[in-house]
Design a protein around this ligand. Sequence first.
Ligand code: CP
Length: 293
Amino acid sequence: MKHLIDFQDIENAEAKKLIKYVIREKQEPRNENLSKTVVMKFDEPSTRTKVSFSTASNNLGLYQIDLTKENTSSVKGESLKDEITTLIDLDVDILVLRTSSDDKKIYDDFNEIGIISAGFGKVSHPTQALVDLSTIISNDGFDYEKPFVFCGDLKHSRVFHSAVELFPKLGIEIGICAPKEFLPKNLNNFILFENIDEAIQKSSGIEILRVQKERIDNSENFNLNNYVENFQLNKAKIDKASDKLMILHPMPMNIGIEIDKYASENFRMFHRKQLSFGIAARKVALKYSLGLI
Ligand code: CP
């Protein structure tokens, strides 16, 4: 079994293969009967990731068990290590986990179960990166000569952190556009855009990221009004964009914060296209974890 928590140890060729399989799976979905057991443990709320993992699991003929933090023995003080060892001893093949924890290393010692991140804290959401990259490169008009720009709350975004690891493996340069409190510590590997207008003009596409109010603490001095005034994607900004500009959003959207209602309904928005890759990406992730890809 293999983990899919981040892309750090995945070679470029393997990353290309994963994306190729996601696109193929979306075009020609195939049901299978793999007869393995998957535990889905979602300790944070989810709509898209949970539904698409469950559907993918059904389509692959996996037996699915749903857990949350509240209904497992972790509420009685059981450690994560004991919990995972228990799942192994009970013949679970894959653990799909959404957690608020940023710890990715704790899973290194477990080889008898595949662990897939369905969103880890601020650091990892690999299947969303597969969804986003499949959406981007299957768009005929995508221009590899220009950067793809992430706008918004980069600091708290697991979507951004997984994309940063994956997109360059397929030759896509990453741009960033955010207020200084949301910028990454190390800017070396990014093209920095001062504002959304510039990002819109000079990029192949942009992804608007949700302001993650639940992960921002008081010490960060975040000014919401300032953010909305300077970094919201709104009518004035989107109406100046090229018709070919792709705009992604991993959802859910905070209408009135990172995006206004007009922009959220604009024809340049690809968020529903992203959703159309959701089941295929999770099928590929589950098969990868089982060692079948
Ligand atoms: N994009 C995403 O992870 O959405 P959910 O939180 O609804 O799964």
